[in-house]
Design a protein around this ligand. Structure first.
Ligand code: ADP
Ligand code: MG
Length: 868
C-alpha cells in the first residue's frame, strides 16, 4: 500500500520576511470584575482603547514621592462586563479564519495570577472561553468537508502524510478493535463529561467565510505544559502506577525541515467534533491537575499550550478523492497559550523547591520579555541583534511566529484590585512594548489549479446516478464497473408479473428483451475482446519497441560509459599536464623574479658607477682649476714681493743718497767756508758737475740749498684763515720719512696716528698723509684733505675734497718719474695717470660714533664716476 508523505508547505520558497508587509502584535486588554471582597480599584477603563491606572494610597510612583496617573492604550480594551463571545469575535475569530485559510496564529493571555487568564482562555463552568469557541467555529466551518479519519496522518517530524482511502479504512478498523483507543466521535452531548459539558454549549455558532469547499480538512490537537522550563505532553498515554506515580517524561523541541519548531514525540489527536476536541483538552487538563497535586506544584507557575493543527488537502480533478500531491497539502496551526502568572517571585511567598520553580517560570517570562525587547530594538533602530529565543522553551517554541510565520495576539488580563497595582504596572509596560513589535504578515497558501466546485459537481453526479439506478431498480450502493454501467444504460426490463396463465405476451416479451440484452452483451463482449486484443497487440508492439529502444539505450549507455572512461582518462591526463604547467609556471615565475632582482642590482651598480665617474671628473676639473688659481696666486705674490723688495731697496737707496747728499752738502759748505777763508771767492762752476755726478734728487723747483735758511717756503693751502679752522692731521705710523721739503705745516692741528672720534669732533678739517708706491717705483706722498661733518647718527664723517700729491723725481729728463739707476726709464706713461687726482677725490671716509674700526676708505662712488 502506498502512502504519499507530504511535508507541510508552510513556507513556500522561504521568502524573507523583510519584504513582506508587517503588522504590529495585536495587544488587547481585558479587565475582570472585582471580586466581592475587594473594594479598592486601581484600574479605570477610559475608552474602548485606553485604561488608566490609579496608584492606591500609600504607593509612591516616583522617587520624589509624587503620584502619577498613567494611561495605557491598546488595540482594544474590554471592560468587566465584556462577554466571552464579544472577546472571541474581536480577538480569536480572525485567527480561526486565518487558520482555515492556511495561516498560523498565536494567542496568549498574559497577566498576574487571578487576573482571568484561564477564565479568558478556557472559560468557567457555564461560560466557555476562547478555546472551546475556537474549536466550535472550526468545526462549524469545516464540518461538511472533513476528511475521513486517518486520511491525514501526522508523522513524527511535524509533517502530515496523506493516506489513501484503503489504508485509512484499515487503520480505522484496527482502532475500532482496540478497547482503550482514543475516544470515538461522540454522537450526543449526553455522553460528555458533565464537568465541562456546559462550557462548550455555544448558543450562537460562528462560521468562517470563504472556506474552500473543494478541499478536505482534518483537525489535530495537542496539549503541552511548560513547567520549570521542561516540556510535558499532557495527552501522552502512560500506564500509571496508582501507588507510586512516575514523574512525567519531558519532551524536546526540534526544528522540522521548514525550520518550524515543534515538540518532538508529542501526541497529536485527530478530532472530528468540538466535543471530542474539548474532551481531549479536558483530559489533559485533568492530568495537569493530578500532576500538580501529586508533585506538589503550583498550577499558576506553568504555561499551558493548546495546539490546534488543521490539515487540508484539495480534492482531485474529479472532486472525488483527496489529492495526494506533496505541494498541495497545507498544515496551519493555532496555538492558544495560557501563560503563568507574571508576578515576581517575592510576591508568591514561595519557599524551597517552589521558589526555584518560581524563579524558572519567571525566567521564561523574562526571556519572552527580552525577546520582545530585542525584536523591538532591531525593528526600531535597524540593528541585527540576535533574539534569544533559545534561552527558554517557551520562546523557542514560538520563535517562528515572531519570525513572520503567523499572526500574534496577546490578551493582557488585569485584575483591577489595588493589591495588584505594582504588578499590573509591570504588565502594562510589557504590553506597551509588545505593541511596538511588528510581525511580517503571513503569506497566502498556493492556489490549487483545479476547477472550483468539483466537490458539488461530483456529489450531484453521484446523486443523479443513484437516482437513475433507483429508477431502473439496479443497485443503489456499491461500486459500479464500467460494464455494469454500460448494461444499465439499456432499456429497462418489461414487467414480468404474470397474472393470467394464458398470458402469452409477457414471457416472450421478456425472452425477447433478455435475448436482446444477451446479444448486446455478446456484442459488447466481442467488442471488448477485440479491444483487448487490439490493446494487447498494441502493448506487444510497444513492448517490442520498448525492448528495441532499451537495447539501443543499453548500447548508447555502454558507449557513453566507454566515452566517459576516455574522458576521465583524458581528464586525468589534462589534470596531470595542468599540474605540470602550474609547476613550470611557478618555476618561471621564480626565475623571472630572480632575473628582475639581478636586473635591478645591475641597474643600481651601473648608476653608482656613473655617479662615481662624474664625481671623479668633477674632482679632476676642480683640481685643475685650483692648480691654475694657485699658479696665478703664486705668480701674483711673487711679482708683488719682487716689487716690494725693489721698492724697499730703492727707498733705502734714496735714504742713503739723501744722507749722502746732506753730508756732501755739509762737506761742500764746509769746503766753501774753508775756501772762503782761503780765497774769499769760491769757485762755483766746480760744484755743479759734482752735484750732477752725485745724482742727487732735488726738486725741480727747489733753489740751491742755502745754509741757515729754510729750503722751502711753507705753503698754507687752506683758503680760509688758518686761525678759524682746526685740522686733524692724520699721519699713519708706517709712513717713510723722505724729507720732502714742501711738507705741510698746519698750526693748531691735532696730530693723530689713528683718527678717533674725539679728535674729529673737535675739528672741521681733516688731512691724511698717505704714502704709496707709484708706478715708476718712486714713493709718492698724497695729502688727502677733507671736511668733517656731523652725521645724523651722532658720529663724524669726512668728505674728501682735495688730494695733494708730493713726489720726488730725478731732475734728469723732463717728466721722468723714476730716477732709479737700475730701472730703465719708462716712456709709456700717459696723461691719464697725471689727472688721476680728480677721480680720487670722490672718495670719502666715514666714521660713526662707537665704531671700532680704524680709518678706512669707504668708496661712496666708483672712482671714475664723480658724485653729482
Ligand atoms: P488566572 O488564570 O489569571 O490565574 P483565573 O482565570 O483562574 O485567573 O481567574 C480567577 C478567578 O476569577 C476565577 O474564579 C474566574 O472565574 C474569575 N474570573 C476571572 N476573570 C473573570 C471575568 N472576566 N468575569 C468573571 N469572573 C472572572
Ligand atoms: Mg490560570
Amino acid at each position: 500500500m502506498k502512502t504519499a508523505r507530504l511535508q507541510t508547505p508552510r513556507r513556500p520558497g522561504k521568502k524573507p520576511s523583510n519584504n513582506r508587509p508587517k503588522d504590529p502584535v495585536g495587544v488587547y486588554c481585558r479587565v475582570r470584575p472585582l471580586t466581592a471582597g475587594d473594594d479598592a480599584c486601581c484600574v479605570e477603563v477610559i475608552s474602548n482603547t485606553t485604561i488608566q491606572l490609579h496608584p492606591p494610597d500609600g504607593i509612591k510612583v516616583n522617587r520624589n514621592g509624587e503620584f502619577k496617573e498613567m494611561q495605557y492604550s491598546f488595540k482594544e480594551v474590554f471592560g468587566a462586563y465584556t462577554t466571552q463571545k464579544e472577546l472571541f469575535n474581536v480577538v480569536a475569530q480572525p485567527l480561526v479564519e486565518d487558520l482555515i485559510h492556511g495561516k498560523n496564529g498565536l494567542l496568549f493571555t498574559y497577566g498576574v495570577t487571578g487576573s482571568g487568564k484561564t477564565h479568558t482562555m478556557t472559560g468557567s463552568p457555564g461560560d466557555g472561553g476562547l478555546l472551546p469557541r475556537c474549536l466550535d467555529m472550526i468545526f462549524c466551518s469545516i464540518g461538511p468537508f472533513q476528511a475521513k479519519r486517518y486520511i491525514f496522518k501526522p508523522d513524527d517530524k511535524n509533517a502530515m502524510e496523506v493516506q489513501n482511502e484503503v489504508d485509512a479504512l484499515l487503520e480505522r478498523q484496527k482502532r475500532d478493535c482496540q478497547p482503550t483507543a482514543t475516544p470515538k466521535a461522540m454522537s450526543s452531548r449526553q455522553r460528555m463529561d458533565p464537568e465541562f459539558a456546559d462550557m462548550i454549549t455555544v448558543p450562537e455558532h460562528c462560521k468562517a467565510e470563504g472556506v474552500d469547499e473543494d478541499s478536505v480538512y482534518s483537525l489535530f490537537v495537542s496539549y503541552v505544559e511548560i513547567y520549570n522550563n521542561y516540556l510535558y505532553d499532557l495527552l501522552e498515554e502512560v500506564s500509571q502506577d496508582p501507588i507510586k506515580p512516575k514523574a512525567p517524561q519531558s519532551k524536546n523541541l526540534r526544528e522540522d525541515s521548514n525550520h518550524n519548531m515543534y515538540v518532538s514525540g508529542c501526541t497529536e489527536v485527530e478530532v472530528k467534533s468540538t466535543e471530542e476536541a474539548f474532551e481531549v483538552f479536558w483530559k489533559g487538563q485533568k492530568k495537569r491537575r493530578i500532576a500538580n497535586t501529586t508533585l506538589n506544584r503550583e498550577s499558576s507557575r506553568s504555561h499551558s499550550v493548546f495546539i490546534i493543527k488543521l490539515a487540508q488537502a484539495p480534492l482531485d480533478a474529479d472532486g472525488d478523492n483527496v489529492l495526494q500531491a506533496k505541494d498541495q497539502t497545507t498544515v496551519s496551526q493555532l496555538s492558544l497559550v495560557d501563560l503563568a502568572g507574571s508576578e515576581r517571585t517575592t510576591r508568591t511567598r514561595a519557599e524551597g523547591s517552589r521558589l526555584r520553580e518560581a524563579g524558572n517560570i519567571n525566567q521564561s517570562l523574562m526571556t519572552l520579555r527580552t525577546c520582545i525587547e530585542v525584536l523591538r530594538e532591531n525593528q526600531m533602530y535597524g540593528t541585527n541583534k540576535m533574539v534569544p529565543y533559545r534561552d527558554s522553551k517557551l520562546t523557542h517554541l514560538f520563535k517562528n511566529y515572531f519570525d513572520g510565520e503567523g499572526k500574534v495576539r496577546m490578551i493582557v488580563c488585569v485584575n483591577p484590585k489595588a493589591d495588584d497595582y505594582e504588578e499590573t504596572l509591570l504588565v502594562m509596560r510589557f504590553a506597551e512594548m509588545t505593541q511596538e513589535v511588528e510581525i511580517a504578515r503571513p503569506i497566502d497558501r498556493p492556489i490549487c489549479g483545479f476547477t472550483p466546485g468539483r466537490r458539488y459537481r461530483n456529489q450531484a453526479f453521484k446523486e443523479e446516478l443513484t437516482r437513475k439506478l433507483e429508477l431502473r431498480g439496479g443497485p443503489i450502493d456499491g461500486d459500479l464497473t464500467f460494464t455494469e454501467l454500460f448494461l444499465q444504460s439499456f432499456a429497462p426490463l418489461p414487467s414480468v408479473e404474470i397474472t393470467d396463465a394464458s398470458d402469452e405476451h409477457t414471457l416472450p416479451r421478456l425472452i425477447e428483451c433478455l435475448e436482446q440484452r444477451q446479444r448486446a452483451r455478446h456484442l459488447a463482449t466481442e467488442e471488448v475482446k477485440k479491444s483487448v486484443n487490439a490493446l494487447r497487440g498494441m502493448l506487444q508492439d510497444w513492448d517490442s519497441n520498448f525492448s528495441v529502444k532499451e537495447n539501443y539505450i543499453q548500447d548508447q549507455t555502454e558507449k557513453m560509459i566507454e566515452k566517459d572512461r576516455i574522458i576521465n582518462g583524458q581528464k586525468s591526463e589534462a589534470d596531470r599536464l595542468e599540474k605540470k604547467i602550474r609547476t613550470l609556471e611557478y618555476k618561471i615565475e621564480i626565475l623571472q623574479k630572480t632575473a628582475n632582482i639581478y636586473e635591478d642590482d645591475k641597474r643600481t651598480l651601473q648608476h653608482e658607477l656613473d655617479e662615481r665617474d662624474q664625481k671623479l671628473h668633477r674632482e679632476v676639473s676642480d683640481k685643475r682649476r685650483l692648480e691654475q688659481r694657485m699658479h696665478g696666486v703664486v705668480t701674483d705674490t711673487k711679482m708683488k714681493w719682487e716689487k716690494e723688495c725693489e721698492r724697499r731697496v730703492q727707498a733705502k737707496q734714496l735714504e742713503m743718497q739723501n744722507k749722502l747728499w746732506v753730508k756732501d752738502e755739509k762737506l761742500k759748505q764746509l769746503k766753501a767756508i774753508v775756501a772762503e777763508t782761503r780765497t774769499e771767492r769760491p769757485e762755483k762752476p766746480e760744484r755743479i758737475p759734482r752735484a750732477r755726478d752725485q745724482k742727487v734728487h732735488v726738486r725741480s723747483a727747489s733753489p740751491p740749498a742755502v745754509p741757515n735758511a729754510p729750503p722751502v717756503r711753507l705753503r698754507h693751502r687752506r683758503s680760509r684763515s688758518a686761525g678759524g679752522e682746526r685740522w686733524v692731521d692724520h699721519k699713519p705710523i708706517g709712513n717713510v720719512e723722505i724729507d720732502t721739503v714742501l711738507q705741510p705745516h698746519i698750526p693748531n692741528a691735532i696730530t693723530v696716528a689713528v683718527p678717533n672720534e674725539k679728535a674729529l669732533a673737535k675739528c672741521d678739517k681733516y688731512i691724511l698723509t698717505h704714502q704709496e708706491l707709484a708706478s715708476d717705483g718712486e714713493i709718492q706722498t698724497k695729502l688727502i684733505k677733507g671736511e668733517v661733518f656731523k652725521t645724523r647718527g651722532g658720529g663724524q664723517c669726512v668728505q674728501f675734497t682735495d688730494v695733494e700729491k708730493l713726489k720726488q723725481e730725478s731732475p734728469v729728463g723732463p717728466r721722468k718719474r723714476r730716477s732709479s739707476p737700475i730701472a730703465p726709464p719708462r716712456d709709456d706713461t700717459t696723461e691719464s695717470e697725471w689727472t688721476d687726482v680728480e677721480t680720487r677725490c670722490s672718495v670719502a671716509v666715514e666714521m660713526k660714533a662707537g665704531s671700532n674700526f680704524g680709518p678706512g676708505y669707504q668708496h661712496h662712488a666708483q672712482p671714475k664716476r664723480r658724485k653729482p
